[in-house]
Write a protein that binds this ligand. Structure first.
Ligand SMILES: Cc1cc2nc3c(=O)[nH]c(=O)nc-3n(C[C@H](O)[C@H](O)[C@H](O)COP(=O)(O)OP(=O)(O)OC[C@H]3O[C@@H](n4cnc5c(N)ncnc54)[C@H](O)[C@@H]3O)c2cc1C
Length: 340
């Protein structure tokens, strides 16, 4: 187990922000996760569990214990039926490496989630999603050590209360478990692929591909994402910074009368979702900066570190954008990123 004091988190957050924590504990096995749990029961310090730190904004040094999984490896298990395969993966594995592995073996289910940054443990917390798919569609089981008891728990997917980018790990179970493994259930033989989302089909048409293989679909998604989103290794960011607000039908109709071009997504009979990125763009923020923090020039939902930004710089920009959106549209938008 790694146990470090006064440790820099610069390489543990994709915003590329310098901040330290008082103590950093890293577990590389279930037994080490149990040791971490025992230490925390003694220490009683504030706690922050991180994966790759790609949904995280650090605003100051963290006076507490940061915990990180370094559990690596995967194993293939037999599924309950012959058409599926179970893949049990260590929570410290990089998510996209697992997508690549599934695609290479011809197993269907993870391909639309290609190139989402972060680790396997967080995929089960965040219920990561993209292009009409989400992790909960393939999560079979989560294994974790309970911090209060040190017990190893097996949590089936249907107990995790998965919703849009939501899970019980983010709410009722926050800081209750250290995830050690996630088991995904994948289709052994690829069937109809999910290509009717975003501009996947248009890009496939452009490449003259009628019935893509898993590999071709992954390549197209990677290219679309690289075109649209900044690479955190080159420009610090945490992906979509704000959640897309869901508004009442009355509010939606009032806005639509004012902005007939406004994009929107149907939620249910009484609610509609409005893309926060569109509103931010309408407020003139796309490509603009406030100090060392800025709004990405191709995707207004993404805030970026233009170089040397502090967490406070990003928060200042976030608050200014929220104020402008509220004034212009009468809608409150909220950060999706975990601000510490
Ligand atoms: C360029 C870019 C693009 C992105 N695109 C998408 C996208 O398309 N779709 C999408 O859904 N997200 C996207 N994201 C957001 C991000 O990649 C996901 O939220 C991802 O799951 C975060 O993984 P992480 O390992 O970095 O987790 P972190 O940000 O470190 O943590 C996320 C949460 O998981 C918890 N956690 C992490 N590991 C463990 C563990 N072992 N045990 C218990 N709890 C744990 C943390 O406490 C925290 O609550 C994007 C981010 C970036 C930078």
């Amino acid at each position: 187990m790694k146990d470090l004091r006064d440790y820099s988190l610069l390489n543990h957050n994709t915003f590329g922000i310098e901040a330290k924590c008082s103590r950093f504990l890293e577990y590389a096995s279930v037994e080490e996760a149990q040791q971490v749990a025992a230490i925390l029961r003694q220490e009683k310090a504030p706690l922050l569990i991180i994966g790759g730190g790609s949904n995280l904004l650090l605003t100051k040094d963290f006076e507490g214990v940061v915990i990180h999984s370094a559990i690596k490896g995967h194993e293939v298990l037999t599924a309950e039926d012959e058409n599926h395969v179970l893949l049990r993966v260590g929570s410290g594995e990089e998510w996209d490496g697992i997508v690549a592995l599934c695609v290479e073996r011809g197993w269907q289910g993870a391909e639309n989630l290609s190139l989402i940054p972060g680790d396997v443990g967080a995929s089960a917390v965040q219920n990561i999603g993209a292009y009409g798919s989400e992790a909960s569609h393939i999560i079979y089981k989560v294994e974790a050590v309970e911090l209060a008891t040190g017990l190893v728990c097996e949590i089936m997917a249907d107990e995790c209360q998965y919703g849009y980018r939501q899970s019980k790990f983010k709410t009722e179970w926050k800081n209750r478990f250290l995830i050690t493994h996630v088991t995904y259930c994948l289709k052994k033989q690829a069937g109809t692929l999910n290509i009717d989302y975003g501009n996947i089909r248009a890009e496939l048409d452009r490449r003259n591909i009628k019935e893509p293989t898993l590999k071709e679909l992954r390549e197209v998604i990677i290219d679309i994402r690289n075109e649209k989103l900044p690479d955190p290794k080159i420009q610090g960011n945490a992906g979509s910074f704000f959640m897309n607000p869901v508004v009442s039908r009355e509010k939606f109709e009032e806005l639509l009368a004012q902005y007939p071009q406004m994009p929107h997504y149907h939620v249910d009979d009484t609610h509609e979702k409005i893309p926060a990125g569109w509103m931010i763009d309408q407020c003139g923020w796309k490509g603009r900066s406030l100090g060392a923090a800025g709004v990405h020039d191709r995707q207004a939902l993404v805030l970026v570190n233009r170089g040397g930004a502090t967490g406070a710089d990003v928060v200042k920009l976030c608050e200014q954008i929220r104020k402008d959106v509220a004034e212009r549209f009468g809608i409150q938008i909220y950060p999706e990123v975990n601000i510490i």
